[in-house]
Design a protein around this ligand. Sequence first.
Ligand code: KE4
Length: 427
Amino acid sequence: MKRKRSEQLFEQAQRLIPGGVNSPVRAFKAVGGRPIFVAKARGSKIWDADGNTYLDYVLSWGPMILGHAHPHVVRAIRAAVSNGTSYGAPTELEVRLAGRIQKAFPSMELIRMVSSGTEATMSAIRLARGFTGRDTILKFDGCYHGHADSLLVKAGSGLATLGVPDSPGVPADLAKHTLTAPYNDLSAVRKIFELHGRKIACLIVEPVAANMGVILPKEGFLQGLRDITRHYDSLLIFDEVITGFRIAFGGAQERFGILPDLTCLGKIIGGGLPVGAYGGRREIMERIAPLGPVYQAGTLSGNPLAVTAGIETLKLLSRPGVYRKLEERSKALSTGWADAAKKAGVAVFGTRIASLMTLFFTNRAVTDYATAKTSDTKAYAKFFTAMLDQGVYLAPSQFEAAFLSTAHTDADIEKTVKAAYNAFQKM
Ligand code: KE4
């Protein structure tokens, strides 16, 4: 495939933008080569600046669950934009989106909209600290909750030791308040709470991990987190920025039947425009300004265009049969590419829940960050490149997810499985 125009644009971009991209993963560093520059997208497909077509399994990292440029969403945005683009004042639209979210997530008794998943988790953490009067938080190795300082922290030397910055620029004095535990390791969580429980404001978790590749919670893991946090009066925060409206209309809390104290959302609720949200128990959310003293604000929060796209997206997702069809197509893809690997003798460990999946290039069972890291990232890079050259666009990193949309057809899945077979043969 010729990608001259993308290469030219990448040269130009690097003279103006750090690494030529506005978000690191887009630079293809984890898979080698140079990024394709996308010119347009529709349904399950994207076109690059050279006019090459690709089946898209990144879907903007999750938001485009209806496929790109869904006609109903485009029409709704077109109508909204002629009413202006931002007012900095409350609108009926925000009330309607909040209502739709609350119907799907009843645990979110009050909801505050922001403009990204990072803002949602950053605000939820501040709120948990304000509500409990405690400073310590607990997260899991390999889980990503956006780039707020307190969340760019990795495990200290030993378990239950203070966190250390995972990026320059994060003060050690702040990082030490973030403890980390291995995902799916309830005994580690228990031990940390035995040591620090009364100081822990909240535990934040991706109820299905998707930022170290997709890793499912072990039986009893989420319930265990619910019980332990309740015992120590710490808040349980579900970061459902990816899982919300993705693995079920009501997200992981509907799927697993566990109610957190606070939930963070993003991606799908903006239908491809910038929207994040956090919400939860009324007595907690009432601490948020202007009702309460915990400050949080945003110029474009509840932006009318973004909220319109979100409303239209949730309206279409609430139709009967949407998630069943997504399940069928996703199952066909995940079994298809796993069979293709087997036939070619390539060791993979596939994970999937609903339309969220990952193919780990390892022969180990992947249950946490340590086992995810046994994956052969060079093999993944070869697979990624071989798929890209056959017109299939996967996440440019082993430690991300593949997403499906309602626009992906049976023919798209067949083409993808065939391309995977060819790719594995080449490997
Ligand atoms: P944003 O600030 O990027 O909107 O959301 C942060 C965030 C929070 N929580 C979870 C579970 C997330 O997955 C994310 C962002 N996800 C990444 C993809 N792994 C976004 C892609 C990127 O960083 O470019």
